[in-house]
Write a protein that binds this ligand. Structure first.
Ligand SMILES: [Zn+2]
Length: 384
């Protein structure tokens, strides 16, 4: 059984929008409140919090702030569970320290139970009337939860998480090493290259014009809000284009192969390089690797992440010679040992593939299961 999510556009009426706004607000309030307390407790006692303890505190908080009871209580509990897992990921060094949620960012809350899709294809949530929804594809499998989100440009979405048995792609024996780059977005050992589409850079001019307009508008004015929306729309379009491109590549790769071995990038460390930071965040490798893992699990393709200290570029994939003086500028090189001529990136891919094939001999490469919260964050576009 695998987790699969569907994302549909919602069209709430005025009244529903107002209620959803309340839900987003309460969820954000609870998240931020407990994050603040967690941070304090952690700083002072180095003690982690457990959901159970916090659920009790939430009851008290609701007595103090009556308006929290106006929204679905399970959504607030879910917010705490999400905070707990964000914190657990941080402690396991799998994620950043959870950040405070801001009103200007994408808003969301999750409904774990008691929701349904009505016969006329509307979404019924607790404590409110059914919301109009455009279901552009059939929902299969067992429905587990629904996450409602609102983009900064004012669009509403429902991401429905399901559990289902998806037929695996027939065994084809395909195995590739995969290298991520800036010149080409990704390169495989086949060899195959996917160009870096540079969506952000392409819309930079338009973005700058709109940001300049925004900066000239008076704070709190209606025109400023319009200008803010215009900026948000550019960002949204870039994020959508990028996600669409990555969906296509990851779908192709996971369908054609049973094993994909790629580098486990230290993305955070790389973004610290200011010159490259913008370009690196534009390619969004982290999002791509998550998509690969998500689809890999769905269709039966193992994704291995190879330790980032493995010298994949400098090693000759033919004989194992390590060319220490290889620089970033060397796009092609010849091995002094066996005379093999290499394309830098394709050679790295061959090494990555060979590396994961040796894992049975005690070397480390990991194929991580994809958590449902990761899938949801992909669908609700938290990476965007
Ligand atoms: Zn060689």
């Amino acid at each position: 059984m695998a987790n699969k999510a569907y994302k549909f556009r919602l069209y709430p009426n005025q009244e529903q929008q107002a209620f959803l706004q309340k839900c987003f607000g309460c969820s954000r309030f609870v998240y931020n409140h407990f994050l603040r307390v967690t941070t304090d407790v952690y700083a002072e006692y180095k003690k982690h919090f457990r959901y159970k303890e916090w659920a009790n505190l939430l009851v008290q908080l609701k007595k103090e702030f009556n308006w929290l009871s106006e929204v679905n209580s399970q959504s607030l509990q879910q917010t705490l569970k999400d905070l707990e897992s964000a914190f657990t990921r941080f402690l396991k060094k799998l994620g950043k320290f959870p950040r405070f949620k801001r009103k200007s960012n994408r808003q969301s809350f999750r409904v774990p139970q008691h929701f349904s899709i009505t016969e006329d294809n509307k979404l019924k949530l607790p404590k409110m009337d059914a919301i109009s929804m455009v279901i552009h594809r059939e929902v299969e499998g067992t429905v587990k939860s629904v996450t409602i989100s609102k983009t900064p440009s004012g669009k509403y979405f429902a991401s429905i998480l399901t559990e289902q048995d998806i037929p695996k792609v027939p065994l084809n024996g395909g195995k590739i090493g995969l290298d991520l780059g800036l010149k080409d977005f990704c390169i495989t050992s086949k060899p195959e290259k996917f160009k870096n589409a540079k969506y952000f850079q392409k819309s930079l001019r338009r973005l700058k014009i709109r940001q300049r307009r925004l900066s000239r508008k008076e704070k709190g004015s209606n025109n400023r809000n319009k200008a803010r929306l215009a900026v948000a729309k550019v960002h949204e379009k870039v994020a959508n284009q990028r996600l669409d491109y990555q969906h296509k590549i990851s779908l192709k790769l996971t369908h054609e192969n049973q094993v994909i071995s790629c580098e486990d990038l230290n993305i955070k460390g790389m973004v610290k390089n200011r010159k490259l930071a913008k370009q690196i965040s534009d390619v969004a490798w982290g999002q791509f690797l998550n998509l690969l893992e998500y689809k890999g699990e769905l269709y039966g393709c193992d994704i291995y992440r190879v330790d980032r200290f493995f010298p994949s570029s400098k090693r000759c994939s033919n004989c194992g010679y390590i060319k220490e003086d290889l620089t970033l500028k060397d796009r092609e090189w010849s091995c002094p040992e066996c005379k093999a001529h290499h394309d830098r990136d394709v050679n790295a891919c061959h090494n990555l593939l060979a590396f994961s094939e040796r894992t049975s001999h005690g070397l480390q490469a990991t194929s991580r299961p994809v958590s449902s919260s990761k899938i949801l964050s992909l669908m609700t576009g938290i990476y965007a």
